[in-house]
Design a protein around this ligand. Structure first.
Ligand SMILES: NC(=O)c1ccc[n+]([C@@H]2O[C@H](COP(=O)([O-])OP(=O)(O)OC[C@H]3O[C@@H](n4cnc5c(N)ncnc54)[C@H](O)[C@@H]3O)[C@@H](O)[C@H]2O)c1
Length: 309
């Protein structure tokens, strides 16, 4: 059993990671400033292996206290996505870069660090994207995540993930993620306008992202001091592929538009050979994830569907 601290553990991803690590018998402490409220982790208090601190990762004294003696720190706290970072650029730099510095300085050398970086760090890519492809972030989100990834890898005793775009259901629901957004619009509006339809994107289900942390905790010695693209070669799709798959499941109109663009210019095929070589494969297919989203999202009444804010 490992003693694990998760920063940002009340978020979309962290709340699933916390559940999964507790289910495997680990001790989990979460620090989160609860930007999106306390509900995602509420029922975990019944578990004696779960504890929580409400606080900011920028608070260096607090970080030292909560990180003391931990075997692992999974650092997730951030302002996430380019729209939110664009809206709050100063805070994005403070939290994503300054918060990472605060987390790193709170750790002793023994503590193993796991950092959730992102494929947005690559920017525009020619050919197939591997971990050796130079980073060229094009949005403030990508810039701050790249700087933080360099800091984490520079610290050492660390594994970083450059994740594909997440999708799936979580107690802190995000509808700004492409697959979640397309499914929700198709279900609720029965109409979807899609730009850059030939752009190739790469996806990963949120449960597979959480399984990856478990895999890393169990295999840290072989993974240590490496960055991994995390996803699966079978999960590279164009936006048009996604729309056509959804149309087999939902009755809606779609229009492929000539205007609009992704700030991170993500149009790439990503290789996941490196993470496969250390024994990690994703398990949830796009079909299975879409079926989950359709079942769950059709129950929702959401007033601000496009907001991650
Ligand atoms: N979801 C994805 O597609 C994806 C992909 C790649 C990487 N990531 C990374 O995974 C991490 C989690 O993403 P998410 O999708 O769960 O986002 P999220 O916004 O749902 O979660 C972020 C969490 O961090 C907390 N937080 C923010 N600022 C904080 C601060 N100063 N102190 C303490 N807590 C703070 C928030 O309250 C929230 O609970 C992020 O680092 C993100 O960059 C996510």
């Amino acid at each position: 059993m490992a003693d694990i601290l998760i920063t940002g553990g009340a978020g979309f991803y962290g709340s699933i990671v916390a559940r999964r690590l507790l289910a495997s018998g680990h001790k989990v402490h979460v620090i989160d400033n609860l930007m999106y409220g306390p509900l995602p982790l509420m029922e975990l208090f019944i578990n004696p292996n779960y504890t929580f601190t409400k606080g900011d990762v920028l608070d260096r004294e607090l970080m030292k206290r909560v990180a003391a003696g931990k075997d692992f720190v999974v650092h997730l706290a951030a302002l996430v996505g380019y729209p939110l970072c664009k809206k709050e650029p100063e805070r994005a730099r403070q939290v994503n870069v300054g918060g990472t510095s605060s987390v790193i300085s709170a750790l002793d050398g023994q503590t193993k660090l796991i950092y959730a970086s992102t494929g947005s760090n690559y920017g525009e890519v020619e050919g197939i994207c591997t971990e050796e492809t130079p980073l060229n972030p094009l949005s403030l989100y990508g810039e701050t995540k790249t700087e933080a990834e360099y800091m984490c890898m520079g610290r050492g005793n660390c594994v970083s993930y450059r994740f594909a775009t997440a999708f799936g259901l979580s107690p802190r629901l995000r509808l700004d993620l492409m697959i979640n957004d397309f499914t929700f619009q198709a279900l609720v509006n029965r109409y979807l306008v899609v730009y850059e339809k030939h752009f190739r994107r790469t996806f990963i289900h949120i449960q597979d992202m959480a399984r990856c942390v478990e895999h890393t905790v169990d295999n840290f010695d072989v993974m240590r001091n490496n960055v991994y693209n995390v996803g699966d070669d079978s999960m590279n799709f164009t936006k048009e592929d996604i729309v056509l798959m959804l149309r087999k499941k939902i009755d809606f109109m779609s229009h492929f538009a000539a205007i609009g663009e992704d700030a991170d210019k993500r149009d790439y095929e990503v290789s996941y050979e490196k993470i496969r070589k250390v024994g990690f494969r994703t398990e949830i297919s796009m079909e299975q994830g879409m079926d989950e989203l359709i079942a769950g999202l059709s129950l929702l009444e959401v007033r601000k569907p496009y907001s991650n804010v």
